[in-house]
Design a protein around this ligand. Structure first.
Ligand code: INS
Length: 284
């Protein structure tokens, strides 16, 4: 099958070359997502302790009813981006730059590789759902890696030991391999831990092509796109679409380098791009 996005290993190498750090801080691929001894470890661990304890099946249902009415605020994506810039993500061991710079680095890396404009836009907006924090949500209900709720938690999710404090861990309805789901029922029928991915997906549903929607909805689902721990819940379409999620990941991850993009020069391009796909204000 024709692969529109080229070889994944080449991408990763290109990205690391494109954002070279000053020699003494050069970051190798395996230094990203360091949950063992990064400088931000205490914050990150504390984040996941709460996230894994409180993200239950019932909690996700509750947040869906609260936020999927989209009656909180009307905003252009620029207002959302502005807010995002006040946020420091507690779950992320790799942050060197602010959120706008991270979005631009992701999208600029995609643009530099000549990919279609909707994919560039996807890179630019993929974390905008973090505006949930603007509505007073705690970080454990907004950021971090996501995972299915309503069935057993995989041991390959970061800090799996914290799940013992989650009430679903000992609840027989939710703690078996399939839990409340049928084999290969499709991820659309699976509830993910609540946060910025699902929220932004629901906002963008009518505006962007399907691969973009998969990327937005599952970019934090490392237990699947990296570890392949939940294939038993996926259908054929999910498996096909996850190729896009996987290919997006290096742009998201390895562009988190400390060299800031020239925000001012880039804005006109992004304004035009956003106008093409995302008209006026959006309902958050
Ligand atoms: C990060 C961050 C990202 C999310 C990642 C997570 O800490 O919150 O937005 O996509 O999965 O590891």
């Amino acid at each position: 099958r024709h692969d529109p996005m080229g070889n994944i290993d080449d991408w990763e190498d290109n990205l690391l070359q494109r954002y070279p750090d000053p020699a003494e801080t050069k970051k190798e691929k395996d230094e990203f997502r360091n949950y063992v001894d990064s400088e931000r470890l205490d914050t990150v661990r504390e984040f996941y302790k709460m996230n894994h304890e409180y993200q239950t099946y019932d909690f996700v249902c509750y947040k869906e009813t609260e936020f999927l009415k989209f009656n909180k605020k009307e905003m252009s994506i620029w207002e959302a981006v502005d807010f995002l810039n006040t946020l420091v993500d507690d779950s992320d061991p790799d942050i060197d730059l602010d959120q706008l710079q991270h979005l631009l680095q992701t999208s600029e890396a995609i643009r530099a590789d000549g990919h279609p404009d909707w994919l560039v836009l996807t890179g630019f907006i993929h974390d905008l759902g973090k505006v949930l924090c603007l509505f007073g949500e705690p970080q454990w209900a907004v950021v971090g890696d996501t995972f299915p709720v309503g069935c057993a938690f995989s041991g390959k999710i970061v800090y799996p030991e914290f799940f013992v404090n989650n009430p679903d861990y000992t609840d027989e309805r939710y703690n078996t391999k399939y839990g409340v789901y049928e084999p290969n029922c499709g991820l659309d029928n699976v509830k993910m831990s609540w946060g910025h991915d699902e929220y932004l997906y629901q906002i963008m549903k009518d505006y962007l092509p399907e691969p973009a929607l998969y990327i937005i909805r599952y970019h934090s689902f490392y237990a699947q796109h990296r570890e392949n721990e939940y294939a038993h819940l996926m259908n054929e379409k999910d498996i096909e679409m996850f190729e896009w999620v996987k290919k997006f990941n290096p742009y998201d991850l390895y562009s988190k380098a400390p060299i800031p993009p020239k925000v001012k020069d880039l804005m006109p391009y992004y304004k035009t791009l956003a106008e093409k796909y995302l008209p006026g204000k959006l309902n958050f």
